[in-house]
Design a protein. Sequence first.
Length: 181
Amino acid sequence: MAAPPPRTVLVTGCSSGIGLAVAVQLARDPQRRYQVVATMRDLSRRGPLEAAAGETLGETLRILRLDVTSDSSVAECLGGVPGGRVDVVVNNAGVGLVGPLEAATGPQIQRVFDTNVFGVLRLIQALLPQMKQRRSGHIVVVSSVMGLQGVAFNDIYSASKFAVEGLCESLAVQLLRFNIL
Ligand SMILES: NC(=O)c1ccc[n+]([C@@H]2O[C@H](COP(=O)([O-])OP(=O)(O)OC[C@H]3O[C@@H](n4cnc5c(N)ncnc54)[C@H](OP(=O)(O)O)[C@@H]3O)[C@@H](O)[C@H]2O)c1
C-alpha cells in the first residue's frame, strides 16, 4: 500500500530553542511523514536552523518568515505554503518577562501578550477555516507550567500562558466535532 502524502507542519519561532529542535526532529523523520515549514520572524537568524537541518533543507524542511504579531506576516507566510495547506501548526513562538510587576513597562507587557496570546490567536484564526473545511488538523500550543501555576516575578508571562490554557481548553471541545485535535 502506498504511503500517505506527507503532512505539512508549520512551526513558529524556529530561530532557537524548542521550535528549532521540533522542526529539525520532524524534518529528519526516517519515514519522511512531514514537510516542515520552519518559520522565524527574522530570517537573518536562520544560521543555527540551517546548520541543524543539514541535508533536510529544501527537502523536508523549508524556512519562511513569520512574525506572529503581524496579520500581514501571517498572510504572507501562508501564501508561501504550497496550496496554503497546513495540516499541523505548532504555536511555539513565545517571549518571557521576569521581574517585579511595577518595573515592567507597558510596551514590555504588550509584547508578551502580543506574542504569547494574540500571536497564537492570530495563527489559529487564520488556519481554522481550512482545517474545518477539511475536517482534519492538529493545533499544538506550547504553554508552560506557568500556565497552570503562577510563579513569583513571572506575573505577566504566567498571565499570558494562563490565557492560552483557557483558549485551548475552550477550543478543544468545539473542535473535536471537526476532527481537529
Ligand atoms: N525553555 C523553557 O524552559 C520553557 C518552559 C516552558 C515553556 N516554554 C515555551 O516554549 C516556547 C519556546 O521557548 P524556548 O525556550 O525555545 O525559547 P527561545 O529559544 O527564546 O525561542 C523563542 C522563539 O520565539 C521566537 N519569537 C519571539 N517573538 C516572535 C514573534 N513575534 N514572531 C515569531 N517568533 C517569535 C524567537 O525568535 P527570535 O529569535 O527572533 O527572538 C525564538 O525563535 C515559548 O512559547 C516558551 O514560552 C519554554
